[in-house]
Design a protein around this ligand. Sequence first.
Ligand SMILES: [Zn+2]
Ligand SMILES: [Zn+2]
Length: 267
Amino acid sequence: MISNFHTHTVLCDGKSSPEEVVLSAIEKGFSSLGFSGHAPTDFDQSYCLKDLDAYIAEISALKEKYKKDIQIYVGIEEDAYQWTDRSKFDYLLGSSHYLKTGDTYHQLDCGTEKLQKCLDAFSGDPLKLAEAYYSQFTAYIKERKPDIVGHFDLITKYEESETHWFLSNPDYHKLAQKYMKLAAENDVIFELNTGGIARGIRSTPYPYENLLHILKEANAKIILNSDSHHKDTIDCWFSEAKKYLKDIGFQSLYTLYNNEFQKVSIS
Ligand SMILES: [Zn+2]
Ligand SMILES: [Zn+2]
């Protein structure tokens, strides 16, 4: 079963139209496909859906049009700082793209210049930034219980290419693992997100392997998502990811099928 539930289109910050993505998924043999446009936030509109009702209408029309070929779901990617009405959607993907200090929402995944400004707000101490990020994201997960948790360690986005702030520091690993354990106490599904690989800035998915071992030990639920912004990358690194998860010890994954999150063995 191939599926993806983290999909962006031209309706937010993606490059392909929803229908182009659906046709690509059918061609690739997907059993289901979920769209997860960025829910609007008051503090930053730059990458968000402009009209939630138009988005729901367009994806719902595709759901009907292609129902013989593929199951389509209308999801939403919400930022932890601004909740959206989840009752309008088939599922909620909860992510954390900012860290707020004072009145400023620092973007964590829009280039290292912005990330550096965020670090400056934490006196240049990556551990303080990480503590603030993971504590607020974990509190959100506990309170909100999104169906799927997006890119848990997003602050490490540029770690391999530019920042080198976290992974070489054993104290960072201790901290991230502590919060991963806390997050895993909630009945949510964590995504293995291959988006950074498609963009050529990471060699492995979010979250990094150290945290995946924590999820495995906690018996947490995992879903494979591509965070795709283009029709051609909706299954980027999926076959590698299955082997990667098996090597860590996972035997099953979750998928959304027949309107339910279901456990399937990793083929
Ligand atoms: Zn995201
Ligand atoms: Zn996304």
